[in-house]
Design a protein around this ligand. Structure first.
Ligand code: CS2
Length: 490
């Protein structure tokens, strides 16, 4: 079917009017460089920015940068004049929309000097990021930059040929001493702006203390909370988009209809009128960040580890299981929500109910294995904070602890039905070696993993109540399997 259809590009726009919002977009100059051009950015900030430009104008075209050495996105978008389709869904059905805010695409490892030059263009007022937790080169043990990270070691020796994200930001900022851009982290980290500021300052100071001081006093790093469930693209996404629009898009983005963006309003050089696209501009995003990380991402990771073991391949399949639903509902209501301090108009239980509905979306097919990636970096902000706070207050949090035990078992790389799989995690080699060395002994498995100081703070891993519960859960998971552990959860 697809080979008979025309390829999406600018010449097709006249026939795609029903998939475009309102009037044609003027050709905006590039005002934003975005590091981490993946599906999430394309279905989230790129749409908010397009709507802001449609509502209020401004030169806020986006230059999307692929940070990894993966040119496939650039190739696909180059053949489409950087146009692409976002296919959103909720229980009522599907909607397609062509997005036009991305104006240029670069692949950092191949076009390093172009990336830095683009960041130094004085018309660029914001550099935003979705580089995932691992892009920050953050070391949880020190609460700052991981100076032993191979990219950081490299970049401190060759600051003009960076490989790391802090390295790129500093390479551009040191050339741009007047009117520096605002740096906007859009990753799922608590205090994402503060963490990014810290790693950038430490990197810059190690190069040149005076540069570090200048960045500290001149560059702004607002925090944000971003939310939209955006799975990976599949052939099914391509086929549905083609059937709806009549043109072939090689890399459309699937996502849910829901979207949310809460932004700390701290942009000295200005910003797109994102509020016109529904974003909330606030003085303090931390309460929103924590609520989203713990309620959404914490339960996502819970469904991911238990789901992989139990054989639930997607989130909608996992949440359709009554025992899983009961666990997730219980965690949000009794374990997570009580740890949150939220603004008066934020109804935590309504938020919970909305999340349960979003998880049940049958069109997304969001794979539990995808969410299960990078657990070493996801566990601390999503689940361990809740566990630490609850246990320290003498309060139960058995669901979150079951999730941690499931992650430990997940590292053994075999589902309860005996199927083998590999894991994706920057610490995969070390974690799987520790898991394998336990040779089926749950106590050894737990000891070895609780000893990984990059993940578990010493004060937490030393707790006997935590050890006891993880131990019991590991026994249950290994003897009876994840479905039985879910059924028995009280
Ligand atoms: C997910 C997130 O893959 C994951 O780890 O938990 O990508 C999640 O879908 C988004 O944060 C939703 O906004």
């Amino acid at each position: 079917m697809n080979s008979l259809l025309p390829r999406l590009d600018a010449s097709q726009l006249p026939r795609l009017q029903s998939f475009l919002p309102e009037a044609p977009l003027a050709e905006p100059a590039i005002g934003i460089v975005h590091l981490g051009l993946g599906n999430f950015h394309r279905a989230h900030q790129a749409i908010y920015t397009e709507e802001a430009m449609l509502a209020a104008g401004g030169d806020w075209g986006i230059c999307g940068v692929t940070v990894l050495d993966e040119p496939a996105m650039q190739d696909a978008l180059a053949a489409q004049d950087n146009l692409y389709t976002v296919l959103t869904s909720d229980r009522d059905g599907l909607q397609a929309r062509v997005v036009r805010s991305i104006r240029r695409v670069l692949v950092a490892p191949r076009q390093q000097s172009e990336v830095i030059a683009q960041m130094c263009d004085p018309r660029v007022r914001i550099v935003s990021l979705t580089v995932t937790e691992k892009g920050y080169c953050y070391d949880a043990r020190t609460g700052g930059l991981d100076f032993a990270h191979p990219f950081i070691v490299h970049d401190l020796a060759h600051p003009d040929q960076p490989k790391s994200v802090p390295g790129y930001l500093v390479a551009a900022l040191r050339q741009r001493r007047t009117n520096p851009f605002t740096v906007l982290s859009c990753d799922n980290l608590a205090h994402n702006g503060t963490i990014l500021r810290k790693v950038v300052l430490q990197f810059a100071t190690a190069l040149d203390p005076e540069l570090g001081e200048w960045i500290a006093s001149s560059v702004h790093f607002p925090s944000t909370m971003v939310d939209r469930i955006v799975p990976a693209t599949t052939d099914d996404t391509r086929e549905r988009v083609a059937a709806m629009t009549g043109v072939f898009d090689a890399w459309p983005v699937p996502g849910e209809a829901f979207r949310q963006w809460v932004i700390e309003d701290d942009f000295p050089l200005g910003r797109p009128a994102w509020e016109k696209a529904g974003a909330m501009l606030v003085d303090d995003v931390i309460p929103y960040e924590l609520a989203k990380l713990r309620m959404l991402n914490g339960t996502h990771s819970t469904m991911a580890y238990l789901g992989v073991l139990a054989g639930f391949e997607t989130v909608d399949a996992a949440i359709a299981d009554p025992d899983m639903h009961r666990l997730i509902h219980h965690m949000m209501t009794h374990e997570i929500a009580p740890t949150l301090t939220v603004p008066a108009d934020f109804d935590r239980l309504a938020y919970r109910d909305q999340l349960l509905t979003r998880y049940a979306n049958p069109n997304l097919k969001h794979r539990t294995m995808q969410i299960a990636s990078d657990g070493s970096l996801k566990l601390p902000p999503r689940l361990l904070g809740v566990i630490s706070e609850r246990l320290a207050a003498g309060l139960p949090c058995g669901g979150a602890i079951l999730a941690v035990a499931a992650w430990m078992r997940f590292l053994l790389r075999r589902t309860d039905a005996g199927e083998r799989y590999e894991i994706a995690d920057p610490m995969a080699a070390r974690l799987t070696a520790l898991a394998d060395a336990s040779e089926g002994d749950n106590a050894r498995l737990m000891e070895a993993l609780l000893g990984v100081a990059e993940i578990f703070p010493a004060a937490l891993s030393a707790r006997t109540d935590l050890r006891q519960l993880i131990g019991q859960n590991l026994e249950l998971l290994s003897r009876q399997g994840a479905r039985e552990a879910l059924a028995r959860f009280r």
